[in-house]
Design a protein around this ligand. Structure first.
Ligand code: CDP
Ligand code: CDP
Length: 205
């Protein structure tokens, strides 16, 4: 049986980690939609027009280089405000969501805009401090030259921009299940996510 799981939430809440594991558990394909906005954001760093970048984005660009830097995260959230940029990325995401074997997509507007018909919607959150600490450890682990204070400021700034934009703002869908991972290990968060999905699926799914 094929179904779509929509996982939204703010920066470093654990969306990607949960999505990957859920996809593996249920045998679904996974798309991290943040990478689309990051790839567009990266292109604008050399002055490329963001709408042009979104319209000409290729799948190969998502694989090239490290898109998970602090600089690209900021650029991503700035281009993500533009309605034309978002519009240019919709078809790719919707066709991914409808692929035959089922899919997990994670982002900010999957349950509200990209796939409102998803069988299961999760909104993953955690306190800004805990999220910033997780992202800080990730960035430092990759050798990035950042401070805790910078990462927390970056997370807060992106959260505000993502939640306050007029097109497809970050917010839980009315029928999303909230999962607060502030005090949860990755394993505990994953266990809860899988339980929610299993419960929402039609019997035998
Ligand atoms: O995709 P998103 O930005 O929401 O977060 P992520 O990349 O899945 O997680 C950010 C970092 O937090 C990763 O290094 C995870 O291993 C870590 N994490 C954690 O420590 N505890 C959790 N419950 C979830 C994620
Ligand atoms: O991993 P993290 O949560 O830090 O960021 P991400 O998911 O890679 O997303 C980077 C930025 O892209 C976000 O701050 C949003 O501004 C934007 N984004 C969006 O607007 N809509 C999505 N579906 C996914 C990402």
């Amino acid at each position: 049986m094929s179904f779509t799981v929509a996982i939204d939430g703010p920066a470093a809440a654990g969306k990607g980690t949960i999505s990957k594991a859920v996809a593996a558990h249920f045998g679904l394909a996974h798309l991290d939609t943040g990478l689309l906005y990051r790839a567009v954001g990266r292109r604008t760093l050399d002055g490329t027009d963001p709408v042009e970048a979104a319209r000409s984005l290729t799948a190969e660009e998502l694989e090239q280089g490290d898109l998970r830097t602090a600089e690209i995260a900021q650029a991503a959230s700035k281009v993500a405000v533009l309605p034309e940029v978002r519009a240019a990325l919709v078809d790719f995401q919707r066709s991914f969501a409808r692929r035959a074997g089922g899919a997990v997509l994670d982002g900010r507007d999957i349950g509200t805009v990209i796939c409102p018909e998803a069988e299961v919607k999760l909104f993953v959150t955690a306190s800004p401090e805990v999220r910033a600490e997780r992202r800080y450890l990730e960035l430092v682990g990759k050798g990035a030259d950042v401070t805790r204070a910078q990462v927390l400021a970056d997370v807060r700034e992106r959260d505000a921009r993502d939640a306050e934009r007029s097109t497809a703002p970050m917010k839980p869908a009315d029928d999303a299940v909230l999962l607060d991972t502030t005090d949860l290990s990755i394993e505990a968060a994953l266990e809860k996510a899988i339980a929610v999905i299993q419960e929402k699926l039609p019997a035998g799914g």
